[in-house]
Write a protein that binds this ligand. Structure first.
Ligand code: ADP
Length: 402
């Protein structure tokens, strides 16, 4: 029996979806709605089936209207979402706090727990909840599952997740490292072991998820033991518009200079990282400017690759033995220049780049030479398939034994 899962990723003004066969990974339809609830512009909906994309504009005031539009797209352009073909709905939920170590079948208690975690993810969890409520109203008889970005990192040991801050912050305000991008790190670390031809339970891998948001994870035999994002997705690596690691004295220093908390927050979310260093967060443009000799772009590439190499080095120490390094997401998969810079800084680990393999080849490929002590791989991420698999694992009962 195939397990057809509708994967929903609801953001504050967007809704992404995929209809995925969790067994084969085949994608039956992909879609995206943008500008939900924006008064000055109509929402744009794209629905792709068998390589054909249809686009329409509509007034979409909220997530319920967005789900209605998605259903209409399935009815009009296919494939038909009849109750029999759809096994389950899988929702990406950003923050599961320390409550969720694994995906959860959505019921009143789970929804209340996601609500309780809103203070930890004020931008994301409310949008995820809006998507859940709209989907529950649209598919009242279909099981629905929450798959949390934080869950894969709940295996971190206390010495990796505890910040050295006052007890009252840790206990009352739930201040600790949670980590994000967990579905991607889970998928890519397991896939890397499979590509190495080894059992994931035996393989130690560092995954570098480098998209607009970026994070590193140290995965020991399939279990995550450290990750670079923290209480929020701001910590760690240099990202598109976020700075990553900073001196904790920065907010008080800037407050004394008259910078408001709102301006501080906005600058760290939207005007820092690559954009703060170069004016753009488009990595293609940064590489083009490096090639043209732009000093800001050259410095940005140095900062990003230096930070990445420091994390890989420290995670190699944390893991005790490193079997592979994996690059994934928009920049990790598509920027050979950055991968070359990072591997070039990892000579101490005996890593050696193969320039030709790094520059081109199939999407999944090794990019180090045969004499590299540790192989590095490009492994495209597939968060939707991972959510579909985790959803199916909770909702599809195994066939009865004969
Ligand atoms: P997110 O899902 O976090 O929004 P993505 O994983 O889609 O982000 O990655 C977006 C980043 O990938 C952008 O910085 C973009 O410039 C970069 N990117 C995409 N394609 C390429 C490419 N061919 N070369 C270099 N960078 C690329």
């Amino acid at each position: 029996m195939t397990a057809l899962v509708l994967v929903l990723n609801a953001g504050s003004s967007s809704l992404k979806y995929q209809l995925v066969d969790a067994d084969t990974g085949a994608v039956a339809a992909v879609g995206l709605l943008e500008r939900i609830g924006e008064s000055e512009a109509r929402a744009v909906a794209r629905h792709t089936v068998l390589g054909v994309t249809t686009t329409r504009e509509a007034d979409v005031p909220d997530h319920a209207a967005a789900i209605a539009l998605v259903l209409e797209a399935f009815t009009t352009h296919g494939p038909a979402l009849t109750a029999t073909s759809l096994t389950a709905v899988g929702h990406r939920v950003v923050h599961g706090g320390d409550r969720f170590r694994s995906p959860a079948l959505l019921d009143g208690q789970v929804i209340a727990a996601i609500e309780d975690l809103v203070p930890l993810a004020p931008l994301h969890n409310p949008a995820n909840l809006a998507g859940i409520r709209a989907a529950q109203a649209a598919f009242p008889d279909t099981p629905q599952v929450a798959v949390f970005d934080t869950a894969f990192h709940q295996s971190l040991p206390p010495h990796a997740y505890t910040y050295a801050v006052p007890r009252v912050w840790r206990e009352r305000h739930r201040v600790r490292r949670y980590g994000f991008h967990g579905t991607s790190h889970a998928y890519v670390s397991r896939r890397t072991a499979v590509l190495l031809g080894r059992d994931p339970a035996e393989v130690n891998v560092v995954v570098l998820h480098l998209g607009n948001g970026a994070s590193a994870a140290a995965v020991q035999g399939g279990v995550c033991i450290d990750t670079s994002m923290g209480l929020s997705p701001l910590e760690g690596l240099v990202m598109g518009t976020r700075p990553g690691d900073l001196d904790p004295a920065l907010p008080t220093h800037l407050a004394r200079q008259g910078v408001s908390l709102a301006d501080y927050d906005h600058a760290l979310q939207s005007d820092s990282g690559l954009r703060g260093l170069t004016g753009t967060n488009d990595f293609r443009e940064i590489i083009a400017r490096v090639d043209a000799g732009d000093p800001d772009a050259e410095l940005a590439l140095d900062i990003v690759s230096y930070r990445l190499a420091k994390y890989v080095g420290s995670y190699a120490v944390a893991l005790g033995r490193l079997d592979a390094l994996a690059f994934t997401a928009g920049i990790g998969e598509n920027a050979p220049r950055l991968r070359a810079e990072v591997i070039g800084r990892l000579g101490l680990l005996g890593m050696r780049l193969d320039v030709a393999r790094n520059d081109s080849g199939p999407p999944e490929r090794v990019i180090t030479s045969e004499d590299s002590a540790i192989p590095a791989w490009v492994v495209p991420t597939n968060e939707e398939l991972e959510i579909a698999r985790q959803t199916a694992a909770l909702t599809v009962s195994p066939p009865a034994s004969p």
